[in-house]
Design a binder for this molecule. Sequence first.
Ligand SMILES: [Zn+2]
Length: 234
Amino acid sequence: MKIGKNISLSLSLAIAAVFAFPSAGNAVTLSTGPYPGKNLQKVEVVHYANAKPGAATTKTGGGYKLTGYKLGLGGNCYLNTSGVDEGAVSKFQAAVDTWDAATSAEIFGSVTSDSDAVYGDLDGKNSIVFDRYPTDGVIAVTAYWVDRSTRIVVEFDMMYNTYYQWGTVESNGTGVMDIQNIATHEFGHAFGLSDIYSSAYSHVTMYGYSNFGDIAKRTLDPQDVLGIQKIYGK
Ligand SMILES: [Zn+2]
């Protein structure tokens, strides 16, 4: 009996730990830099092309899943336009505005181009880059740093994998990864939503897989709206 109880307790703790920090990441405590004295946790979320056979499905209840974190409001974002058309800025802005329009909170500011934007550096700047991610099958990745005590995301970065051709379906055809489509999904992560892997919700913006020509994620589904409003209000 006693052993069983201990196992059950350990399991609960393990689940609690997974819930608090859904992806494995490195804990970094910084005494200098842009966030002095904060105890930060880095989380990295990867977005894959296609569902892998036998991929785990998650029970999601209402078709959305929260990371448990919230973005500090009113930030701006910087796109390094190296490797991508300058017009991409407006696609990222459209992606941000789509989420912002679903809640009364002003989640985010503007997206501008910045040749110094780099991925993965805790540098006080929300950065977006197009670069070659080393793992095949990865469309994009979002990294974010969370203040452990407030559960506020203090900074995030995104990398869009140049292994793929990027563009806009209307201009470039269905053989490209649509920037606004994938960006809307990735901003969902930065704002506090997790991937949904249940095929019952393959239509929602936060569905964890995507592919060439997909534009369904540009617009939010009721489940995505429920999720964002759960975090920031109606
Ligand atoms: Zn994702």
